[in-house]
Structures are given as structure tokens and as C-alpha cells.
Design a protein around this ligand. Structure first.
Ligand code: MG
Length: 159
């Protein structure tokens, strides 16, 4: 069996009155991500991890934020397109591990829905998708509530 590992990282600034989407799930929040797309920073980091494992560049190369096609786009569609690349190269997702750094709101009620949503798009069992949330103890831009930061790691397998 052949394996590949990839890591992804993304940050979006937060602003009042915008929708907050994380891991394909809408989060009840007074702030949301400023973005060209729907701003789902968790899916963006996951896409970058997958593209990294495939050595196919990054999400900005595949879905430029200057393109009208991607304005306001549901990031779940971006993940679907990245998964089509995974399949076309003969790979499967082994597992994914995502860490979301956000000062508030608390994400605990959303962890299972995010895992189920992402697993559904990737065509794998939710027990292969980990989503973890942390604050940064009020330190840095995350701690000041200015942004949301996500790290993702993914393993690809090929028989
Ligand atoms: Mg992004």
C-alpha cells in the first residue's frame, strides 16, 4: 500500500454580522469570516492538506479568489472538487485531523455535525475524521477574537 501525508493551514479575519461556517456547518455566532467564498476556513485548510498530499499546489491555485465563479461559493463544493482529484489519481482518504483555533463561540456542540458533514463529502466514516477545537487563551489575533485559524492533516492511501 502507498501512503501520502499532507498538511493544510488557513486563517480568515472575523467581522460582525457575517455568517460563520466551519466544517460545512453553520455556527451560531455574532461574527463570521471575511472571505471571497463562504469563508469556511476549516474546509479550506482540509482542502490544502489534501492538495498537499497530492502535491498539486494549493486551494488558491485551484479556486482563485479573483474568480467570479467562486464568489460566495459553498466551500463544500470546493471539497467535492478536491475529492474528485483524489479519486482521479486513484487515492482514498485514510483519515483527517483538523484543529480549529477560535476564541469564541464554543464549538463543542458542532464537533459531531462537522465530522459527519466532512466524512459524508469525503465518502468515509466519521470515525476517520477528527475535528478538535481550541482557544488560544486570549493570546494573539485568535485570542483577541480578530480571526479564526485552522490546521489540518490528512493521510491518503492507495492499494
Ligand atoms: Mg481560506
Amino acid at each position: 500500500m502507498d501512503i501520502r501525508i499532507g498538511n493544510g493551514y488557513d486563517v480568515h479575519a472575523l467581522a460582525p454580522g457575517l455568517s460563520l461556517w466551519l466544517g460545512g456547518v453553520k455556527i451560531e455566532s455574532p461574527v463570521g469570516c471575511i472571505a471571497h467564498s463562504d469563508g469556511d476556513v476549516a474546509i479550506h485548510a482540509l482542502c490544502d492538506a489534501i492538495l498537499g498530499a497530492l502535491a498539486l499546489g494549493d486551494i488558491g491555485k485551484h479556486f482563485p479568489d479573483t474568480s467570479a465563479e467562486f464568489k460566495g461559493i459553498d466551500s463544500k463544493i470546493l471539497l467535492e472538487r478536491v475529492m474528485a482529484l483524489v479519486s482521479s489519481y486513484g487515492w482514498s482518504i485514510g483519515n483527517a485531523d483538523i484543529t480549529i483555533a477560535l476564541q469564541r463561540p464554543k464549538l463543542a456542540p458542532y464537533i459531531v455535525p462537522m465530522r459527519e458533514c466532512l466524512a459524508g463529502i469525503m465518502g468515509i466514516s466519521p470515525d476517520r475524521v477528527s475535528v478538535k477545537a481550541t482557544t488560544t487563551e486570549k493570546l494573539g489575533f485568535v485570542g483577541r477574537g480578530e480571526g479564526c485559524e485552522v490546521y489540518a492533516v490528512v493521510l491518503l492511501t492507495k492499494e
